[in-house]
Design a protein around this ligand. Structure first.
Ligand code: SDX
Length: 436
């Protein structure tokens, strides 16, 4: 709702225009510049969209200064303590926490849709065993649209709804299939008697030899699925981050939801974004010992060294990432139960301590983010490092799908198509001697 206006004047023509200021329900107001080009003949310029709001959204709110993260208004700390991942996924996608009957219907439909087509399983045979699981995820998720031709009319609310359910339901099955393919193990089907996170762990780790040997099936320990549910909740959504913005941009062209989520998975893979959790473990293994931390902190501060402290810094949080705080606490409980002590966790704590007391990190307000500790818990749950970003993609599917649905149901939405500042060659004629 525009109450205030900002006047912008072009010094060359001394022409002015008044731009409306729009206020949201929380957070920073925006200047609506949609008529800037038409009235003043300028584009706005904001590489990396540091100061740009791309849309209106009611899903997630972040206050980087205060370290606040709300999913549909609920503080992440409360959801982390009191909800399961499926309840939070329902909240993000449909706008409200489910009542008991709604939750059981939602969970039942997720279970019904958890299987993947038997021919889709054959796609994995095309990948070498050492293919990165994220490469498989991008390909296989994008291919899901080939199996639902008759339900891709995105003007049909039921087609949109069932596509959202299918994506959420099939991600654990596809993610675990990537892992099982990479270690040469037979795929495990989802089971109707297990919950969402329990199913994931069972599809990842169950072995016929274990089931009938009386060995402890550790992965069925409730603490393992509770730890996973917590990590999935913390990774479920995060406003207009790079991968969610990619999903929205792809969705704005009318591309099918499976292709849009595949685009989001591709964007998440980068080490500056969701690939950071895998990079954190690589960095900790490379540092190896607390005595080497000062050298790496020096490198992170050296402008001529491309090395950055992975898991540190955030575009928005200029204070602690609230998710990192929650994961850091959970690490202790998981390590105690599943892996006693992990030298990498101790190293991570020492690195955090040194960085947080270093002037460079203090001045630039660089704190641990969600990726700094998540890998420690995944590792304690025997999840291989190259699967860490797959875990992030699995959880973020709830947010991606919620934003996809929000955009598709916005009557004002149109195709995203940014402009540019052209700095290339001026017009020139093609003359044959130029090619000598
Ligand atoms: C996620 O957007 C989201 O919400 C993402 C996410 C989500 O849930 O979707 O929260 C998930 O992606 C978390 C971030 C994971 N990435 C990493 O941990 C990689 C390491 N972090 C950095 O690459 C960086 O901090 C970013 C990418 C996260 C943020 O980069 P920005 O906002 O573009 O900040 P910047 O690069 O402009 O840095 C500002 C200054 C620079 O120094 P100056 O040029 O001002 O001298 O801080 C420095 C940077 O060099 N800096 C770092 C640093 N991060 C920023 N220096 C050393 N180590 C770092 N990690």
């Amino acid at each position: 709702m525009a109450t205030k206006r900002v006047t912008v004047t072009d010094p060359a023509s001394e022409t002015s225009t008044e731009l409306p200021v729009l206020e949201g329900s929380l957070g920073t107001p925006v200047i609506d510049i949609q008529k800037l080009t038409k009235e003043l003949g300028y584009f706005s310029y904001d590489p990396g969209f540091v100061s740009t709001a791309s849309c209106q959204s009611a899903i997630t709110y972040i206050d980087g200064e205060q370290g606040i993260l709300l999913y549909r208004g609920y503080p992440i700390e409360q959801l982390a303590q009191q909800s399961t991942f499926l309840e939070v996924a329902h909240l993000l996608i449909f706008g409200e926490l489910p009542k008991p009957a709604e939750l059981s219907a939602f969970a039942a439909e997720i279970k019904r849709e958890a299987m993947i087509h038997e021919t889709l399983r054959k796609f994995f045979d095309g990948f070498q065993y050492d293919a990165h699981p994220m490469a498989m995820m991008v390909g296989v998720v994008g291919s899901l649209s080939a199996f639902y031709h008759s339900e891709l009319d995105m003007t049909d609310p039921e087609h949109r709804r069932i596509s959202a359910i299918r994506l959420l339901a099939k991600m654990p099955t596809i993610a675990t299939a990537c892992y099982r393919h990479s270690v040469g193990l037979p795929f495990v089907y989802p089971r109707g008697d297990l919950g969402y996170c329990e199913n994931f762990l069972n599809m990842m780790f169950s072995l016929p030899s274990l089931q009938y040997s009386g060995d402890t099936q550790w992965y069925l320990d409730p603490l393992a699925s509770e730890a996973l549910s917590l990590l999935f909740i913390l990774h479920a959504d995060h406003e207009q981050n790079a991968s969610t913005s990619t999903v929205r941009l792809a969705s704005s062209t009318g591309a099918n939801p499976y292709a849009c989520i595949s685009a989001g998975i591709a964007a998440l893979w980068g080490p500056a974004h969701g690939g950071a959790n895998e990079a954190v473990l690589g960095m900790l293994n490379e540092i190896g010992h607390p005595d080497r931390i000062p050298e790496y902190i020096r490198r992170a501060k050296d402008k001529n060294d491309p090395f950055r402290l992975m898991g540190f810094g955030h575009r928005i949080y200029k204070n602690y990432d609230p998710r990192a705080m929650i994961i850091r606490k959970a690490c202790h409980a998981v390590l105690e139960r599943f892996s006693q002590s992990d030298p990498l966790f101790d190293l991570a704590m020492a690195l955090e301590e040194m960085a947080l007391n270093d002037d460079y990190f203090i001045e630039k307000r660089l704190y641990p983010n969600v990726d700094f500790y998540s890998g420690i818990i995944y590792k304690a749950l025997n999840i291989p490092v190259n699967m860490f970003t797959v875990m992030f993609a699995l959880a973020r599917t709830a947010g991606w799908v919620a934003h996809w649905l929000e955009l598709k149901s916005d009557p004002k939405q149109k195709i995203g198509r940014p402009r540019q500042l052209y700095v290339g060659a001026p017009r020139r004629d093609y003359v044959s001697q130029d090619r000598r």
